[in-house]
Ligand binder design. Structure first.
Ligand SMILES: NC(=O)c1ccc[n+]([C@@H]2O[C@H](COP(=O)([O-])OP(=O)(O)OC[C@H]3O[C@@H](n4cnc5c(N)ncnc54)[C@H](O)[C@@H]3O)[C@@H](O)[C@H]2O)c1
Length: 351
């Protein structure tokens, strides 16, 4: 069976959903779109889809199985609820809402109506993330204890509504939500404390740079950083494990793993070494034969799994890949980030 869908909010990402579904999801057909900007009608016509004359017309279209919501963040809640009440399954862009309470309202409606609700956390399919997940799953360098996940840029711009508080602008909501979702998917343990520093380097309304530390109950700590004012980037991922270190430099996934050699040569003449910073035993480079350098593992990843899983859930009651309960954890962490930043204190939690 073909599934008919519509997109609400036909801007940057709404157009991307349309093009990507067309290219990759053979069992979905985007029938139409709705957007508050009337000029979008022309884009819709050019792209060969219906432009609904109103939100109500879309909601009353009995042919629609799935609606994708791709508006600015502050409209996600009311639109998701309206669509599910009108009998549609919903895919909602991230951040799903502005706080966990709003998401709880959505989840209640999903349970009442029996309609599927999933957040488009597409960065679970990013190659850099899947590589890190494989390194940890395959235990290539032992147990992790500190994971740094960063996305840094220097454009100092928050495009359009992203600069406005009322729309749910700022970097915690925009990129932070992706990196937090990835970490919660990677580390199978409750978050027990959150520290955060939010910065307003150029924006007067919203955070344009932030750093947050999440401590997990199993002892792993993770740093999340989003920068729009960073002129010398650090690696996308820096992963410290007991038997070695992994670095993924960027989205193109250059990087390496350096691990203790299998023969575990731990002993060598522990003589003092004279470096350009002076004499040191602790910080001098270790003998090269005691470590092995590996390439990052090859991984396969296909974003099409996201929508195919939505179809499988509708048809066969399959388990959702991006579950509302997972999105609720992400929003609880985001609530704690704002609380930690406002209070200047660590927030103790169990998320
Ligand atoms: N998953 C991702 O990788 C990713 C990437 C970029 C953006 N996003 C998310 O997608 C959403 C949209 O972002 P964007 O970059 O496409 O923004 P955008 O400004 O390019 O597009 C938003 C569109 O929504 C329309 N709109 C605004 N209010 C509306 C309403 N009440 N009803 C109907 N249409 C409305 C606007 O006219 C515009 O066409 C945001 O939630 C954003 O966080 C996700």
């Amino acid at each position: 069976m073909m599934y008919k869908s519509a997109i609400i909010g036909y801007g940057g990402v709404g157009n991307w959903h349309h093009a990507s579904i067309k290219e990759k999801i053979s069992r979905m057909d985007v029938k139409g779109v709705w957007d508050i900007r009337p000029e979008v009608k022309e884009t819709a016509a050019k792209n060969g889809v219906l432009f609904y004359s109103s939100l109500d017309e879309l909601l009353n279209d009995k042919e629609l199985d799935i609606v994708t919501i791709a508006t600015p963040n502050n409209f996600h809640k009311e639109l998701s609820i309206a669509c599910m009440k009108a009998g549609k399954n919903v895919v909602c862009e991230k951040p799903v809402t502005l706080n966990s309470g709003e998401l709880e309202e959505i989840i209640k409606v999903s349970e009442q109506t029996g309609k599927i609700f999933s957040v488009h956390q597409n960065r679970r399919w990013d190659k850099d993330f899947v590589i890190v997940k494989k390194i940890l799953n395959d235990n290539i360098i032992g147990k992790p204890y500190y994971i740094e996940s960063r996305v840094q840029g220097s454009r100092r711009s928050l495009h359009g509504w992203r600069g406005h508080k009322v729309n749910g602008g700022g970097m915690v909501y925009d990129w932070g939500v992706h990196l937090i979702d990835q970490l919660l998917f990677l580390i199978d343990s409750p978050v027990v404390s959150v520290d955060a520093s939010l910065y307003n380097i150029f924006s007067t309304e919203v955070d344009d740079n932030f750093k947050a530390t999440l401590k997990f109950d199993n002892g792993i700590n993770a740093l999340v950083e989003i920068a729009t004012n960073c002129f010398i980037n650090q690696p996308r991922w820096h992963v410290s494990c007991r038997e070695g270190t992994a670095v993924v430099e960027d989205w193109d996934c250059s990087g390496k793993i350096v691990k203790l050699s299998d023969n575990k040569i731990m002993e060598w003449a522990d003589d003092i070494v004279y470096t350009s910073a002076g004499p040191t035993r602790t910080m001098a480079p270790r003998p090269s034969e005691t470590v092995t350098t590996l390439s990052l593992p090859e991984v396969e990843t296909d974003w099409a799994d996201y929508y195919n899983n939505i179809i499988d859930t509708i048809e066969n009651n399959a388990e959702l890949i991006v579950k509302p309960s997972q999105s609720l954890r992400v929003m609880n962490v985001i609530d704690s980030i704002f609380e930690a930043s406002a209070s200047g204190q660590s927030v103790k939690c169990r998320i």
